[in-house]
Design a protein around this ligand. Sequence first.
Ligand SMILES: NC(=O)c1ccc[n+]([C@@H]2O[C@H](COP(=O)([O-])OP(=O)(O)OC[C@H]3O[C@@H](n4cnc5c(N)ncnc54)[C@H](OP(=O)(O)O)[C@@H]3O)[C@@H](O)[C@H]2O)c1
Length: 268
Amino acid sequence: MSGLSRYGGWALITGASSGLGREFARQIAAEGVNCVLVGLGQDALNALANELGEKHGVTCRPLEVDLASDDAVSDLAERLADLPIRILVNCAGVAHGGAFETRNPDKLKQLVQLNCLAPLLLTRALLPQMLERQAGAVIIVSSLQAFISCPNEAAYCASKAFLMHFGESLWGELKNTPIDCLTVCPAGMKTDFFKAEGFSQADCDRMWRFSSSPEDIAKLALRDLGRKTISAPLMTRFSAFLARILPRRWAIAIVTRVTRGLVDHKQL
Ligand SMILES: NC(=O)c1ccc[n+]([C@@H]2O[C@H](COP(=O)([O-])OP(=O)(O)OC[C@H]3O[C@@H](n4cnc5c(N)ncnc54)[C@H](OP(=O)(O)O)[C@@H]3O)[C@@H](O)[C@H]2O)c1
């Protein structure tokens, strides 16, 4: 059997209310897979559930869950105990850019809970049933910034490096099982991500000069699933290669130069 229906069961996508998560949901539903749509905005999730039901005839459960809150994942797993989740897409994520000493400690904690802890615990909750059924896929959305450390994005870069090591290690654990594991590393995408961080439209436009669309990143990832450890566009692969061959301090100096003047993070 080809396509995503080979896994059987449902998909669960976090961050499905916008950007890359929404695109994953659209492309997974287009293959006839029922979806649990997890995010913060109930209206956006409901609208997507209706859209996918009408277009593809799939059933969707839109669930507003704050994955940065304590016990969110265990509560979610309990609510979904009746569903055979076979595809998990860990996509929800936030950044909290700016000079580290000025960052809000509560927001830093939320960033780690959402970006690191939620994917870890959600995967831990759902993997046993995939292994039991001998079918499943785990997708983990990391970033180019897993490879390249970026001043003023310390917590975000650290969280994405965490995800990349988690995803690659898990791939190694699962490679002799029928469960596929893939880490996705986009470079830059035209989504609401930067606006949510407080960047102006002009800054977004400058950053998006070399960006990919979330449609293309999701398409590439679903094609690479079961074939590769990491799914990344050319821009990420080239930058990661440079970061590997250059002395670390040079790589950081280049990133500092590229991002200088883009935004005065201290005003965020
Ligand atoms: N955009 C880029 O250039 C880029 C590059 C590399 C990697 N990434 C990664 O790609 C992933 C998706 O980002 P995106 O670009 O699609 O940005 P986005 O449009 O802002 O999507 C982020 C998603 O996460 C959800 N979310 C935020 N806080 C949450 C919480 N506490 N609980 C549950 N859901 C929450 C958002 O829900 P609401 O919309 O309802 O708030 C939204 O659905 C992130 O992990 C990001 O780090 C993005």
